[in-house]
Write a protein that binds this ligand. Structure first.
Ligand code: ATP
Length: 239
């Protein structure tokens, strides 16, 4: 589904990623963990076309997407739920969700049944259902985070990039977000998940990669990484 090979990227003269490789097979959840500043968000930005890689190759379903504009990448079925609650503040919850489905109205993505998917999203995110007519800017931070996730799913995507969906959330909402990720996985949604909560991410994921200073230091099946002493010590709170 998604293959990243030898990817390098950065900002101006600052190189953040140094030739990383990641595979996300169809139907799987793959997580990218690592400490602050390791380059996780930069990886997501490079994949979705928000920044241009300086080297390497990214393919989605066999098609090269590195160097393409982000709207073109979205049309190919890649939905990016970015770090930090990027919702359209002056639009209602429902309109934000419809906007997520926009490429389906223009024929850029398979149309399917947008209304049915909207209801499905509401079932998945009951908090949004209660607030469907509320302006997105007046939602709590956690609710906005969920709206950003739900909007990504409304693209009817091949692959969802979830960048820190639990960021800044109260513990009870963090649990809810991980449950929702689990449910999306059951529905067959392929995801690349960046998370600070490495233990929870590895619990929901099939496979994991550890990013250290812009390089992949360890990767393997999530269950194996959970038992890896070095990963435990560095990312899972010791023990
Ligand atoms: P965190 O967990 O803290 O979000 P991360 O692993 O997602 O960290 P990135 O956001 O990818 O890390 O940042 C990697 C490095 O790139 C950091 O040193 C950061 O300061 C730098 N960086 C990020 N965005 C920019 C930018 N727009 N311009 C310049 N440098 C940037």
């Amino acid at each position: 589904m998604l293959t990243i090979k030898n990817l390098s990227a950065g900002y101006g003269k600052v190189q953040v990623l140094h030739g990383i490789g990641i595979e996300v097979p169809k139907g799987q959840v793959v997580t990218l963990i690592g400490s602050n500043g390791a380059g996780k968000t930069t990886t997501m930005r490079a994949v979705s076309g928000m920044i241009r890689p300086t080297a390497g190759e990214i393919t989605l379903n066999g098609k090269r997407i590195d160097g393409l504009e982000s709207y073109t990448i979205a049309r190919l079925g890649l939905a990016h739920s970015p770090e930090g609650r990027r919702v359209f503040a002056t639009m209602s919850v429902v309109d934000n969700l419809r906007l997520g489905a926009f490429p389906r109205y223009t024929g850029a993505r398979p149309k399917g049944d947008v209304d049915a998917d909207l209801e499905k999203a509401m079932e998945l995110f009951p908090r949004l259902k209660e607030r469907r007519t509320q302006l997105a800017g007046t939602l709590s931070g956690g609710e906005q985070q969920m709206l950003a996730m739900a909007r990504a799913v409304m693209l009817n995507p091949e692959l969802v990039l979830l960048d820190e969906p639990s960021m800044g959330l109260a513990p009870i909402l963090v649990d809810e977000v991980f449950k929702i990720i689990g449910r999306l996985k059951e529905q067959g949604v392929t995801m690349l998940l960046v998370e600070q909560f490495a233990a929870a991410a590895l619990a929901v994921a099939d496979y994991g990669y550890v990013l250290e200073n812009g390089r992949i230091s360890v990767h393997g099946p999530a269950a194996k990484l959970r038992d890896d002493p070095a990963v435990k010590a560095a990312y899972l709170g010791g023990g």
